[in-house]
Design a binder for this molecule. Structure first.
Ligand SMILES: [Zn+2]
Length: 298
């Protein structure tokens, strides 16, 4: 599933390849990706034909391409969506869903095997589509408000990982980057927001920025072979992951085996030594009483 750095890589690719070229034709090969356009696929094609994409913007994992009409085309990659730029005449991808023929002989192609993602028209949405008003800025956004984030975390009784995944507080930090950031900040994801110090929250925010920026520099992660960036090139950040997907591997800081727990129908990975769980305090107390030096790992 693409996370923010992958989506940002796609945004940059679109910015470099599809702006200021008239859309000469739109072909919807499967209706599902445009299901949110209620007037239907034919209307979707008709309103976009003849228009020009003027920018490529992003909030969290949503992309939008403002049009010269003041509207925008809103896109979400879902689990497996790709935006590919191809020359006209290149062979169709197996899961090609929507094709935009652009002036100058290139095509923008929306390819999506599982079709959880999609494209829609956002009337008047060039600046910010109405659908995205409830989504907070992401930590790489220059206008992200650090102080407000710290306040909101410290007012919440939820675990810090759950807060990091709440798109109305901070957007774009998915499961992978949340685990990596928490490892860097040496915080367990179950630590309650209202029990963290300001410095802890600042640390986890800085850590989120660090892992996401590193991923951006490498073209994003790629756990899903289905994900490729705008030019069809896979990311390779997965080689530098510290805890995510590393169950049983030694933590690079302390050597303790990385643990996996289930979390909201997904998994959380953490180092039980560097990131002691708040619910592990009983076991630690036992260790102290008995005077043994065995790390509490269960
Ligand atoms: Zn460790």
């Amino acid at each position: 599933m693409p996370e923010l750095p992958e989506v940002e890589v796609v945004r940059r690719g679109l910015e470099g390849h599809v702006l200021d070229r008239r859309i000469e034709a739109v072909e919807v090969l499967h209706p599902r990706p445009v299901r949110r356009h209620l007037p239907g696929p034919a209307d979707f094609a008709a309103v976009l034909t003849g228009r020009t994409f003027t920018a490529a913007r992003r909030r969290g994992k949503y992309l939008w391409l403002p049009l010269d009409s003041g509207d925008a085309m809103l896109g979400h990659l879902g689990m497996s969506g790709q935006m590919l730029v191809q020359s006209r005449g290149a062979a169709d991808e197996r899961h090609l869903r929507v094709r935009f023929a652009l002036a100058g002989g290139t095509e923008l192609r929306f390819v999506d095997q599982r079709m959880f993602g999609g494209l829609s028209l956002a009337p008047g949405g060039a600046e910010l589509p109405a659908e995205l008003l409830h989504i907070a800025r992401d930590p790489l956004d220059p206008e992200f408000d650090d102080a407000e984030f710290v306040r909101r975390v410290r007012r919440s009784a939820s675990g810090i990982k759950r807060i990091l995944l709440n798109q109305s507080v901070i957007s774009g930090v998915g499961n992978i980057y949340a685990d990596e950031a928490l490892w860097l900040a040496r915080l367990h994801g179950d630590r309650r927001g209202d029990r963290l110090r300001v410095a802890d929250v600042e640390l986890v925010l800085a850590a989120a920025r660090q892992v996401m920026t590193a991923a951006l520099g490498q073209g994003g992660t790629s756990f899903d072979a289905l994900y490729v960036n705008v030019n069809g090139e896979s990311g390779y950040f997965d080689r530098s992951l510290e805890v995510y997907g590393q169950e049983g591997e030694p933590c690079s800081r302390c050597g303790t085996a990385v643990r996996r727990t289930s979390f909201m129908n997904r998994s959380s990975f953490f180092c039980p030594t560097c990131q002691p769980p708040p619910w592990g305090s009983t076991q630690r107390a036992t260790v102290r009483r008995t005077g043994t030096n065995v790390p509490a790992t269960r």
